[in-house]
Design a protein around this ligand. Structure first.
Ligand SMILES: Cc1cc2nc3c(=O)[nH]c(=O)nc-3n(C[C@H](O)[C@H](O)[C@H](O)COP(=O)(O)O)c2cc1C
Length: 219
């Protein structure tokens, strides 16, 4: 192992070194070149990064809208208070999840997902019901669903770096306004998080991180 406090180095497998380089390449891009469109193949690739992401109980809570139409992007930018990354990016991905009612063990949503698994709905429900009850009792159902979208978001942003695309995660937006921009019913949907993608029109920003010693410990 690398000495504590130093970056892991040459002893890592090549794939791990390449992955760390991508993690290091990615940064929060605040200004995109609006004229450089993200090719359709890369839009599909980012959706694939999201589709392949893991989710709790394999329920695949997240739905994604890839906003490329200028009118929709402008409305999303307004929902973010006019933030530059959203206002300038040629592509904005919005990660959505259904509201709490969808996660009841007897809901259409859970049924449709669970029927795909080995053992079908009965086996799934036997496993899921206790966890659902815990989340419901603690008022964490929607937080749980929202959290799934951040895993997908991280994969899409690192995936973007692998494809030479810049990105910026966006949490600072008015959710009801973002849902209105997408013509979605706020009693059915949550807009969990969004991210802007494109090609930078700025110098790369500096990176600030704690050292491994400051933010971790081995026990
Ligand atoms: C979940 C999440 C939400 C974020 N929301 C915003 C945002 O609304 N606006 C913004 O300009 N940057 C946003 N950022 C970018 C962060 O400020 C940035 O990732 C952080 O400062 C670290 O910089 P780096 O990504 O360049 O390493 C967000 C990042 C994350 C992970």
């Amino acid at each position: 192992m690398a000495p504590r406090g130093q970056s892991p180095g040459e002893e890592l497998p090549a794939g791990a070194r390449a992955f760390l380089r991508l993690m290091d390449d990615r940064y929060a891009c605040k200004l995109f070149d609006p004229s450089k469109v993200v090719p359709r193949a890369l839009v599909d690739y980012l959706i694939e990064c999201i589709r392949l992401s893991p989710s709790s109980f394999g329920l695949e809570h997240s739905r994604v809208i890839a906003a490329v139409e200028p009118g929709i992007r402008a409305a999303l930018a307004r929902s973010s208070g006019g933030q530059d990354p959203v206002a300038t990016a040629p592509l904005v991905l919005v990660l959505l999840a259904p509201r709490a009612g969808a996660y009841a063990p007897d809901s259409d949503f859970v049924r449709a997902r669970a029927e795909r698994f080995p053992g079908g709905l009965p086996a799934f429900e036997a496993d899921y019901e206790g966890y659902y009850e815990l989340l419901r009792r603690e008022g964490r159902l929607e937080h749980w669903a929202r959290a799934q979208s951040y895993i997908a978001l991280a994969n899409a942003m690192t995936g973007a770096a692998a494809a030479g695309l810049d990105s910026c995660a966006i949490e600072g937006f008015a959710e009801t306004e973002a849902l209105a921009a997408l013509d979605l019913d706020p009693t059915e949907w949550m807009a969990c998080v969004m991210a802007a993608f494109g090609y930078r029109a700025e110098a790369r920003r500096g990176r600030f991180r704690l050292t491994a010693d400051e933010m971790s410990e081995l026990r």
